[in-house]
Design a protein around this ligand. Structure first.
Ligand SMILES: CC(C)(COP(=O)(O)OP(=O)(O)OC[C@H]1O[C@@H](n2cnc3c(N)ncnc32)[C@H](O)[C@@H]1OP(=O)(O)O)[C@@H](O)C(=O)NCCC(=O)NCCS
Length: 168
């Protein structure tokens, strides 16, 4: 069973979480890879997110045999309250848990939360060389809305990025 909840800056900031944040493969397509993360910088970020008015950071947890495991994060935000739209972003930090359906389920759960918050549309961006991110959005009914040509550089090569959207 997979569920999402806000992170506790005291209890949820683990060495495992720190390892994910410093994992260049997990954050290959995110600006997080440019930073060195430690327990206190992560705690500070979680506190900031928990106090934020327009971003909702949630931990992705799986529950097996009564044991709850934090496996990644998903964020709704920034939220545009005027137009009732928001971006989402996500990662599964444990690489050995990729391709097991957790990313898809996490987005499914975040859609329910966004609906409860009266958000009418979600958007997400990904670079063309990230097929699993494309797939988890497609499996949740997101549609291609835009191409950002030559948006990102990876290993000295420029790539297009896509914006996908789902009207809720
Ligand atoms: C993107 C991410 C969250 C997906 O999570 P996940 O738990 O692996 O996702 P799922 O298992 O639910 O689905 C992955 C889908 O991508 C597919 N996929 C994975 N690698 C692929 C590849 N190289 N080519 C084509 N499809 C691929 C899987 O087959 C699966 O689709 P299917 O169910 O139709 O077979 C995870 O890979 C991740 O955390 N990546 C690093 C962070 C990241 O890129 N975040 C998004 C930034 S935009």
């Amino acid at each position: 069973m997979l569920f999402l909840r806000k992170l506790d800056p005291k209890k949820d900031i683990s060495n495992k979480y720190k390892k994910w944040m410093n994992d260049k493969e997990v954050h290959k397509f995110s600006a997080q890879k440019l930073k060195k993360h430690n327990l206190s910088s992560i705690r500070k970020y979680v506190k900031e997110m928990n106090n934020s008015k327009n971003e909702i950071l949630l931990g992705i947890f799986i529950k097996k045999n009564n044991k709850k495991d934090h496996i990644g994060n998903i964020k709704i935000g920034p939220i545009n309250f005027f137009y009732k739209t928001a971006y989402i972003s996500y990662f599964i930090g444990e690489r050995n848990l990729w391709k097991k359906g957790y990313g898809t389920k996490a987005i499914k759960e975040v859609i329910k939360i966004a609906k409860r918050k009266k958000i009418k549309k979600l958007k997400a961006g990904f670079v063309e060389i990230n097929p699993s991110s494309k797939r988890v959005l497609e499996k949740n009914g997101f549609k291609k809305e835009g191409i950002l040509r030559s948006e990102e550089e990876h290993k000295n090569k420029r790539y297009n990025a896509f914006i996908y959207g789902k009207v809720l």
